[in-house]
Design a protein. Sequence first.
Length: 161
Amino acid sequence: MTRNTWPLDRPTNVVHSPFGHVLVSIRDNDARAQALGYDTARYKLIAFVLSAALAGLAGSVYTLGERFASLELLHWSTSGQVVLMTVLGGLGTLWGGVLGAGVFMLLRDFLSTSALFRDAPGVVTGTVFIVIVLGLRRGLWPTIADLARRASRSVRAESAR
């Protein structure tokens, strides 16, 4: 029996590779991964180096696009914005980060141009963040993917009748 999934919800090849399985096992239970014989320190180092390389690539692409990198980008709140984008879209999903970044940027741009919210964009962004964390615990992308799966199942069930 084949499993039908939402087309854009398929995980990346990294997650289903042996390397990805080891990383998931380290995330879930580090001691158990060590007991199975994996050098968890080495895997963590490799994951850190890969993420640093991707972050460096993203920073260089940003700098090339903007033609300038200010010191404001080194402020601690920039890291907080990235965490907010990730949690907003959904942890552990590739498309969730993209969706979270898009929603965050649209919200930030709307709040900066709106006369009503110009004085307190952090309050509105924080409120949206709290609503997402409390209401949609897994983030936007997994919730949207589940709703799409349910809709496609109901359409298939209706067409089978």
